[in-house]
Design a protein around this ligand. Structure first.
Ligand code: ATR
Length: 317
């Protein structure tokens, strides 16, 4: 989907003063970011235009040189360049370094700064849409891929008290836990504005587990927050049962899915039926974009216009 099939990109008013932004990836035709960011520019009457840049593997350094040479305001970075791009930037934020991936490049005063807004985007959607703040909570993440890594780092930065990473391949969950602990991705590691002066918080309890571990049922029942981050249940695989039985969930557990196609997964449907507060995946997509938009423009992101643009694109699929 994209401009080529005529879907829903508002025609931006391009002028000699336009600031150009975009997304680099391969492929990028499926990206929802152009629709979301162009809708944001239009809503604020901001002189920006956001375009997809298909960048073949092997041409990444040239593409980054192009950001400088062409004076782009910034770009998003997607598969397969999120890790490799770090080598070509002037600066990488502590969050992006901890996650090991950049999803947003900001071009500021001639310097290219790489950040990762995925995890904080997830937290902002959790706060805005469910009113949940992670400080002191126990979270359980299903999956140990890139999205899990970003969310885990942000949860620990925000002061979560406990984190279980449950993954089909247990070794991958263990690797993620090792990295999180080694990277010091806890409340003590980063500036912690909410922390008490002089009294360091208890270190968070971070553990790995296999999805088929019999103790998982107890961990699910105890969790304040459950976040599904795997590709299981993502279109086009159809309506599959959740990775864990919904009967394990306590109705007080907030249940989040980062899958946004379908908009409501079987996990969210069944969790909602049990009375759990639920957070669909569109929120993370929206707020990671809102944070990038704010970093590029210094303006508060018009999230409702951005949300409508995403919903229109997904409806049209
Ligand atoms: P992303 O960057 O989007 O998180 P990823 O790095 O490819 O994607 O990670 C995919 C995640 O989905 C992994 O946790 C993967 O589990 P494994 O590490 O065991 O591969 C998980 N996943 C994919 N298909 C799955 C399935 N059928 N059942 C359970 N987990 C699955």
């Amino acid at each position: 989907m994209g401009a080529s099939d005529g879907t829903l990109l508002p025609a931006p008013a391009v002028s000699g003063r336009s600031r150009v932004f975009g997304v680099i990836g391969f492929p990028v035709a499926h990206s929802l970011s152009p629709a979301m960011h162009n809708a944001a520019f239009a809503a604020l009457d901001y002189p920006g235009v956001y375009v997809p840049f298909p960048v073949e593997p092997g041409r990444l350094s040239e593409a980054v040189a192009g950001i400088r040479a062409l004076g782009l305001g910034g770009v998003n970075v997607t598969v397969p360049h999120k890790e490799a791009v770090m080598a070509f930037l002037d600066e990488v934020t502590p969050m992006a370094r901890r996650v090991g991936a950049v999803n947003t490049v900001i071009h500021r005063e001639g310097r290219l700064i790489g950040d990762n807004t995925d995890g904080r985007g997830f937290l902002r959607s959790l706060a805005e849409e469910l009113g949940v703040e992670p400080r002191g909570l126990r979270a359980l993440i299903l999956g140990a891929g890139g999205a899990a890594r970003a969310i885990a780092a942000a949860l620990l930065e925000a002061g979560a008290a406990g984190l279980v990473i449950a993954n089909r391949t247990e070794e991958r969950a263990r690797g993620l836990v090792r990295d999180l602990l080694a990277g010091g991705a806890g409340p003590g590691a980063a500036p912690d504005p909410g922390g008490q002066q002089g009294e360091p918080p208890d270190p968070p309890d971070v553990r790995a587990m296999a999805l088929d571990d019999p103790r998982l049922e107890g961990e699910v029942a105890e969790a304040d927050l459950l976040i599904h981050t795997t590709t299981w249940g993502m279109d086009p695989h159809g309506d599959v049962p959740p990775l864990i039985p919904a009967r394990w969930l306590s109705p007080r557990t907030a249940v989040c899915d980062i899958v946004y196609a379908p908009l409501e997964t079987s996990l969210l449907r069944e969790a909602r039926a049990r009375g759990c507060p639920v957070l669909p995946g569109l929120g993370m997509l929206l707020y990671q974009g809102a944070l990038a938009f704010e970093a590029w423009t210094g303006r508060k992101a018009p999230v409702e216009a951005m949300r409508r643009a995403l919903e229109r694109c997904l409806d049209a699929r």
